[in-house]
Design a protein around this ligand. Structure first.
Ligand code: AMP
Ligand code: ZN
Length: 473
């Protein structure tokens, strides 16, 4: 099946072709862990999850790498402001390391609750400082850097293609540039690779380097870590659209200048913003700070939010309102009830569908999801399958699971009152074991219990009321 993706580089649809046959290297910019993620951030991770699931659905093996930005991301994208973690540390009297650990854990709770498949590699910036230093040295050797006022800068004039992702007109930018706050820069668009000189006093997270004790710039982190795990050229790089003009533009400049290999990344995919109910971009600083725990405390399941996100194309803006979330919640409840009913009507255990020849809706689904991930249309295909009375429950159920592998709504865990499930005592004991292991943060033991339950034919669903066992078909 041909997969069509909208490539921000060139602003056009392209048929997807991986560098290595049936294998995809995919890098997604991860969270800056100075605070909880807001639901806007999470929208971007949901879109990236659907992309990865879609590629796997069509037979690709995907190596997914995501960074954790735990140092170097300043409050302003143009090297102005203070390190976000440093600022939080100063304001709360906690250590930056504690803040990073706390919000990384909180982030993955949100991530798991949204049924987002974890990346194969999660790489915190603070654990990859030598790789960043090596990349800066490579740029230095190639004549792409200069030191000024104690910081190492990337000189964009040494990279003629600068700005190609965002379509920046450099001449216009030069002549119309505002008086730049950083007088150390030769060109206002130059950016910092390594800071030794922060106007905010002593930074807690610092490392020795050939240029003095300091810390990396945000952009070099993603270039160094993506290339470490995916090679000097790879298939897909994603993020939210706010990353296009500065962060991703600078990542491309550094990476291509360092290796000389063009293109560094074949496909650039960007998710549009979630807007607040007042209409502006959802952010941590304006309006209600909407987090997943807040939505849960108001009675929503994280998957209600996932369904809400699936209702819009990832490249369209989406406005958050409680009314819209309520309708996603009602719709998910109906979907789960219908799925459970269909499942209980199955006479035979339905085989999982492995191709789209089963019925028209599955072929439509494949067309729609492969077409730049048209999630609203894919959802409509799912509803059409649910409502089609000409299909047997076996076909319907297998079809629902087929689609849900991509949409990730956990339909396999739908239960209805008609389900008469007998749970053997050994399964209950394993469930107890898993709960105790999770409490003790013994993840290996918790995983072990889960996989033994799996062998007994039970899946575990974590609900707000605690863990529940679901009999797998
Ligand atoms: P951050 O933790 O600030 O580095 O952001 C994490 C991700 O969320 C990035 O990919 C951003 O582009 C994305 N993002 C930030 N604000 C929004 C928003 N309002 N809607 C959707 N994505 C966003
Ligand atoms: Zn990044």
């Amino acid at each position: 099946m041909a997969i069509r993706l909208y490539n921000t580089m060139g602003r056009k649809y392209e048929d997807f072709q991986s560098i290595e046959p049936m294998h995809v290297g995919m890098y997604t910019c991860g969270p800056t862990v100075y605070n909880y993620a807001h639901v806007g951030n999470l929208r971007t991770y949901v879109f990236e999850d659907v992309l990865k699931r879609m590629l796997e659905h069509f037979g690709y093996s995907v190596k997914h790498v995501m960074n954790i930005t735990d140092v170097g991301h300043l409050t302003g994208d143009g090297d102005d402001g203070e390190d976000k973690l440093g600022k939080m540390a100063r304001e709360t009297g906690r250590s930056a390391w504690d803040i990073a650990a706390f919000y990384t854990e909180a982030f993955f709770k949100d991530y798991d609750s949204l049924n987002i498949i974890r990346p194969d590699v999660v790489c915190p910036a603070t654990k990859h400082i030598p790789e960043m230093i090596a990349l800066i040295q490579r740029l230095e050797k190639g004549g792409h850097t200069y030191v000024s006022g104690g910081n190492v800068y990337f000189s964009i004039d040494t990279f003629p293609d600068y700005g190609k992702l965002a379509g920046l007109d450099l001449e216009k930018l030069q002549s119309g540039a505002r008086i730049d706050v950083d007088s150390n820069k030769r060109n206002p668009k130059d950016f910092v690779l390594w800071f030794t000189n922060s106007k905010f006093g002593k930074q807690e997270m610092m490392w020795d380097s050939p240029w003095g004790v300091g810390y990396p710039g945000w952009h070099i982190e993603c270039s160094a870590m993506s290339m470490k795990y995916l090679g000097e050229q790879f298939d897909i790089h994603c993020g939210g659209i706010d990353a296009i003009p500065v962060h991703h533009t600078n990542e491309i400049a550094q990476s291509e200048a360092a290796t000389g290999k063009v293109p560094w990344v074949r496909y650039w995919l960007h998710g549009e913003f979630l807007l607040s109910d007042k209409g502006g971009k959802m952010s941590k600083s304006s309006g209600e700070f909407l987090t997943m725990p807040l939505l849960v405390s108001k009675g929503y399941d994280p998957l209600d939010y996932r369904l809400f996100c699936l209702g819009a194309h990832y490249r369209s803006q989406l406005q958050f309102t409680y009314q819209a979330l309520d309708s996603a919640k009602a719709s998910r409840r109906t979907l789960l009830e219908k799925t459970a009913q269909i499942r209980s009507q199955c006479k035979a255990v339905p085989a999982a569908a492995s191709d789209s020849s089963l019925c028209r809706q599955l072929a439509d689904f494949d067309d729609d999801i492969s077409n730049d991930m048209n999630m609203p249309k894919a959802l409509a295909d799912m509803w059409s399958l649910v409502k089609d009375d000409s299909l047997s429950p076996e076909v319907k159920y297998a079809g629902l699971l087929y689609m849900d592998k991509v949409l990730g709504l956990e339909l396999d865990k739908a239960v209805s009152a008609d389900d008469d499930i007998e749970i053997p005592p050994e399964a209950l004991i394993l469930l107890e074991k898993r709960t105790a292991a999770k409490k003790a943060r013994d993840w290996a033991a918790a995983d072990q219990a889960r996989s033994e339950l799996d062998k007994l034919g039970f899946a575990v669903k974590d609900t707000l009321q605690g863990a529940r066992l679901i009999k797998k078909m």
